[in-house]
Design a protein around this ligand. Structure first.
Ligand code: TXA
Ligand code: MG
Length: 352
């Protein structure tokens, strides 16, 4: 889609004045503010109800624009940018003093990315500064992949939304810390770990695998316990039709009369065992996509969670993909959505 220059001009004007604009990227919708306006950035945190300890991604339109905001960029930065940008890769590098503390939550590093979306790129260029943007949802809710999702969470609290239709990836960017060698994967995302490893010819560790979180409690601040979660409980099953049916039955058994359960159901999987239990009208199904097509399932994951929530179910059940390719990303989001307990500040999530 080609952005309408009038819309971009208006939105950029609002951003230059410190306003907040939700805009599409190739991953999820972002809630943008100019990096130059502190009050605007503060408002992002309050509008999202996001803890100040969780830093924001700085969106730039080209690698040149990154230079002002960083120091000591390693050769790996340019290699990865060459290969993956614009695209759903966020790189954590050393920051320059120009980056406001509020953006990095006081860290010595800054997260940068060049989104692969015409609207986002046009908006950054027209605004004339990088745009800081978290996902345009309320903190700890599923990220928004359509303008309707943004409206559901933030209507009346922000200054505008540019509707670019459903986003291409449906899950957030991969966050890679390249301040260390080897780099560390802070958040699995739209670019699979294996693809990055092949590109840099090195193994990349997961922050959770190497206990990075525990050693440097501040390293991956976004790893809160309950995250990406709808307002109703989420339970995961192992990744087979039998395990999903079993889990759905158990959840149904624990529900009060008149309540219903939602299922993210892979194509061709049948819940006839559950149907036999005479509970058919208490099950709402979201046709998720083909099991094994992890990109397709990633694309529809947040939409599925939000859709089922809107149908009024009291509980959602979903099967867990394996840890390969984008399966790892979907798995990560589902495990966090299903985590019990608070999503509050200082509640770190150590798993899976
Ligand atoms: O795809 C995306 O990345 C979307 C679109 C809008 O660009 N943005 C997004 O932003 O998902 P947000 O704020 O929801 O997630 C950013 C993640 C958080 O987990 C945050 O903790 C981490 O990036 N992050 C940001 N700056 C960091 C830093 N300096 N060091 C480590 N992690 C950082
Ligand atoms: Mg987010």
């Amino acid at each position: 889609m080609n952005p309408d220059p009038k819309v971009i001009a208006k939105a950029a004007q609002i951003l230059r004045q410190g306003g907040l604009i939700a805009f599409p990227t190739e991953t999820v919708y972002g809630l943008g503010c100019s990096i130059a306006i502190r009050e605007g950035i503060e408002r992002i945190f309050s509008v999202k109800q996001r803890p100040a300890s969780d830093p924001l991604i700085v969106h730039v339109s080209d690698p040149d624009q990154a230079k002002d905001w960083t120091i000591n960029l390693p050769p790996l930065f340019f290699r990865l940018i060459d290969r993956f940008s614009p695209g759903p890769l966020t790189l954590v590098v050393r920051r320059s003093l120009k980056v406001p503390d509020i953006v990095t939550a006081g860290r010595e590093t800054v997260a940068l990315r060049i989104p692969d979306h015409r609207v986002a790129l046009a908006l950054i260029r027209e605004t004339g500064t990088p745009i800081v943007a978290p996902s345009a949802n309320l903190f700890s809710r599923p990220s928004p992949t359509t303008a309707e999702h943004v409206i559901a969470d933030l209507f009346g609290k922000i200054d505008g939304i540019i509707d670019g239709g459903p986003t291409r990836e449906g899950v957030e960017s991969t966050v890679l810390d390249i301040t260390t060698d080897p780099p560390v994967l802070l958040r699995p995302g739209a670019i699979p770990r294996e693809v990055l490893e092949a590109a840099i010819e090195k193994e990349i560790s997961l922050a959770s695998e190497i206990g990075q979180d525990e050693r440097e409690g501040k390293r991956s601040p976004g790893r809160f316990r309950r995250h990406y979660a709808p307002s109703v409980a989420v339970t995961v099953s192992q990744g087979s039709p039998e395990a999903l049916a079993e889990k759905t039955l158990t959840v149904l058994g624990g529900l009060e009369h008149g309540r219903s359960v939602g299922v993210l159901l892979p194509q061709g999987w049948d819940l006839s065992r559950v149907r036999l239990s005479d509970a058919v009208d208490r099950i709402v199904i979201y046709q998720w996509g083909r099991w094994g097509d992890w990109a397709g399932l990633a694309h529809r994951l947040f939409d599925g969670l939000r859709w089922l929530e809107k149908q009024g179910v009291s509980h959602i059940v979903a099967p867990l993909p394996p840890e390969t390719g984008l399966g790892l990303t979907v798995r990560d989001r589902l495990l966090k959505a299903s985590a019990r307990g608070p999503s509050a500040e200082n509640e770190w999530y150590w798993g899976p």
